[in-house]
Every structure is written in structure tokens, then in C-alpha cells.
Design a protein around this ligand. Structure first.
Ligand code: NAP
Length: 366
């Protein structure tokens, strides 16, 4: 909930009238407990825990999102590419219709897909996504990846050439796409604008040309790939970092092995790392809780995906303990730098030939 929305919220007004000092205390304690981070442009409060929804089918995600909202999740991360926006919209609509909360209590993120990564497509995709999500605005809209593919207009999927390579849109232009997003924000369809999978130099170009600078950067980030330089850059520019794959994406292994013939041996098992397990035991927490707490404690937003009720609960129970400096140092040391990257997008054959392909080649899994 943003500060603005919190001020208007029924509970606040009912219980305390216009008591500004109560309001300030509430906000400070929420931020101090790391439950929220403040976005610089709108001052919206973004929950530091969100529900990831990649690889969750529409049938499963509808009940999962409903359960997650009941369990206290208020931040949901989706994307056009996950093919589940409509099911997520159904769950949210039902939850609101059942009187459990209001739209303003929620923080919903979705993303402009690679096939729509051009100024002329921003409004078209956003309108479609909002229709699927059954809402008038999203709290955060991200450009999903810095590169673009040509789009099959019938299926809204990438055009793939006869040799299996993706048909790259070599004219991808971040500045004009960003300006189109700014227009959608002015029209009230997006609260906050952000990027995903962009590198430092790509973000810098946008910062130098934009009216509204990126508020959030969503990137792969976990104990094996801690992205310290990129995080420092973001902190210097007041950009909140969201960690995707915060548990090391254990589910990605089957997906990449089965769909793209990746080697199963290459995938990390961060949840099984002995240091993570020892620290977990010391706090009577699970390895997943330690990995999530480690990031949240450093003001990184986490969006672990789970469709299991038990794990939804487990992943949200991370605000009642703190890792000490020795533990933090121990976890810092398991960083593998670029070697720890899981998502390099090379499964989209030929993507590395796009002028905006963001990563250095030669490392990471494939
Ligand atoms: P993740 O959240 O690190 O891991 C999810 C996997 O871990 C699932 O297989 C899940 O299985 C399992 N899991 C969840 N909680 C667990 C626990 N407590 N203990 C053991 N296993 C647990 O990886 P991710 O889904 O790849 O990333 C998170 C979210 O980030 C995505 O869902 C998506 O929303 C976003 N994302 C964004 C991008 C991007 O390009 N911007 C890329 C990738 C992901 P169960 O469901 O069976 O619990």
C-alpha cells in the first residue's frame, strides 16, 4: 500500500482519525521491519515480499494467489509471458468481491513482453494485460528484457525462423519505449515504471533521457549471484532492486533440462548449501527463509514462487528474525559472481546477436 493509500485506508481513518504521528509511527515501523521499501517518485510503499508466478499454470495459480492473499501476501509478480495474468485477475477479483480487501491494498507488477518491446506496442500490450488482470492500473510495469523480437500478430508470440533462431527486432529503442510508458503513467494506467534484466549502461541511457527515472530494477539475484556492483549503482540512483529466483529457482532445472536440453548438473542447489543450512538451524528457520531474509535485510525485494500452501507460509515468515554480521559475512562469501547466473536467455536461439543483449557471454549455465 502506498503512503497515499495508507492515509486513505479505512482502518487508519476509523481507528485513529487524522493522527499524523500515529501514521508516521506506523510507516516507520513497517519500513524498519523491512516489510516495505519506498519508491522515490510516487512514495508508494512496495512490499518486500511478493509472490512469483513464473511456471505456474492458470489452473493452479488462481487458487494459489487467492491463498497467498489470505495468508497476507499483498504483492504479486506476473508477466505477459507467464500466460497467467487472467487467472491472477480472477483470483484478485474474487478476493476483493468476497470483501477481503481492496485493490488499493495490493501491489501488482507485470511486464511488457519481448514481442512488444517498442513504443508503438506499449499501450496495446498494457491495455490487454490490464483487461486480463481485470484492473484499471498496475502498481509497477517493467520492460521485461532489453531486447525485442518480432511478433506474430495472431498469436502474440515471437516469430521463429526456419533455422530455429528467433527473429530479432534490431530496432529496439529503449528511450522511445520508455517515453511511451511515461505516457501510460500520466494516463493513470501505471503507478510506477521499471526495468528488468537491463545492465548498468542501458539503465544509465534511460536515466539520462527520461522524465521519470526507473523506480525498480528486477534482476536475477540470490546467494550465488549477489550482483553487488549493480545493487550499488541502483542504490546510488534510488532504484529499488527486486530479486528474481531468490531461492536459486529450483524449478528452473526441470524446465530448462526438459525444454532446452540443458545439462542437469549445471544447476545450483543453494537451498542445500551447508552454510545456509547451519545458519537456518541456528535460527530454527528453513534454508529458504534464510536466503529470503538475507536479501530483505539488505532492502532487496524478493518474489519467491510457490504453489504449495506450506511453502507460501514458510516464505512469508521471514520478518521475526535477523541475521547477525558474522552470518551475513558467511553468506556474502558464497557469491559466485557471474558464474552464479542461471538466466542468460540463450535458450532463445540467436538472442545474443541482438544489439541490446545485456549480459557478457561465456559464463553461466547453458
Ligand atoms: P524461485 O522463487 O527462486 O524458486 C521457485 C522454486 O522453488 C519453485 O520450484 C518452488 O516450488 C520452489 N520453492 C518455493 N519455496 C520453497 C521453499 N520454501 N523450499 C523449497 N523450495 C521452494 O525462482 P523463480 O520462480 O524462477 O523466481 C521467482 C519469480 O521471479 C518468478 O516466479 C517470476 O515471478 C520472477 N522471475 C522474473 C524473471 C524476469 O526475467 N524478470 C525471470 C525469472 C523469474 P513449489 O512451487 O513447488 O513450491
Amino acid at each position: 500500500m502506498s503512503v497515499r493509500l495508507f492515509l486513505r485506508s479505512e482502518n487508519f481513518v476509523k481507528r485513529r482519525g487524522n493522527n499524523i504521528s500515529y501514521f508516521c509511527r506506523c510507516i516507520h515501523s513497517l519500513v524498519r521491519n523491512m516489510k516495505y521499501v519506498k519508491l522515490s517518485q510516487t512514495e508508494d510503499l512496495m512490499p518486500t515480499l511478493g509472490l512469483g508466478t513464473w511456471q505456474a499454470s492458470p489452473e493452479v495459480i488462481e487458487s494459489t494467489v487467492y491463498k497467498a492473499l489470505d495468508l497476507g501476501y499483498r504483492h504479486i509478480d506476473t508477466a505477459f509471458n507467464y500466460n497467467n495474468e487472467e487467472a491472477i485477475g480472477n483470483a484478485i477479483t474474487k478476493w476483493i468481491d468476497n470483501g477481503k480487501g481492496t485493490r488499493k491494498d495490493l501491489f501488482i507488477t507485470t511486464k511488457l513482453p519481448h514481442v512488444g518491446n517498442r513504443a508503438s506496442d506499449v499501450k496495446k500490450f498494457l491495455d490487454l494485460q490490464l483487461k486480463r488482470l481485470q484492473m484499471d492500473y498496475v502498481d509497477l510495469y517493467l520492460i521485461h528484457v532489453p531486447f525485442g523480437f518480432h511478433c506474430n500478430p495472431e498469436t502474440l508470440t515471437p516469430v521463429v525462423k526456419s533455422n530455429g533462431e528467433y527473429d530479432l527486432d534490431m530496432d529496439t529503442d529503449h528511450i522511445s519505449t520508455w517515453k511511451a510508458m511515461e505516457e501510460c503513467q500520466k494516463a493513470g494506467r501505471i503507478r510506477n515504471l521499471g526495468l528488468s534484466n537491463f545492465n548498468e549502461s542501458q539503465i544509465t541511457k534511460i536515466i539520462n533521457a527520461c522524465t521519470v527515472k526507473p523506480q525498480v530494477l528486477q534482476v536475477e539475484l540470490h546467494a550465488y549471484f549477489q550482483q553487488l556492483d549493480l545493487r550499488k549503482f541502483c542504490s546510488d540512483h534510488d532504484i529499488v532492486v527486486t530479486a528474481y529466483a531468490p531461492l536459486g529457482s529450483p524449478g528452473a532445472k526441470d524446465h530448462f533440462v526438459n525444454k532446452y536440453n540443458y545439462s542437469p548438473d549445471a544447476f545450483p542447489d543453494i537451498l542445500g548449501h551447508p552454510d545456509v543450512n547451519e545458519i537456518a538451524q541456528a535460527h530454527q528457520k528453513t534454508p529458504a527463509q534464510v536466503l529470503l531474509r538475507y536479501l530483505v535485510q539488505q532492502k532487496v525485494v524478493v518474489i519467491p514462487k510457490s504453489t504449495s500452501e506450506k511453502r507460501l507460509k514458510e516464505n512469508s515468515d521471514i520478518y521475526d528474525f535477523e541475521l547477525g554480521p558474522v552470518e551475513v559475512n558467511r553468506l556474502k562469501k558464497i557469491d559466485q559472481g557471474e558464474e552464479g547466473r542461471i538466466f542468460n536467455f540463450l535458450f532463445w536461439k540467436g538472442v545474443e546477436n541482438h544489439p541490446e543483449y545485456p549480459f557478457k557471454l561465456g559464463s553461466a549455465i547453458n
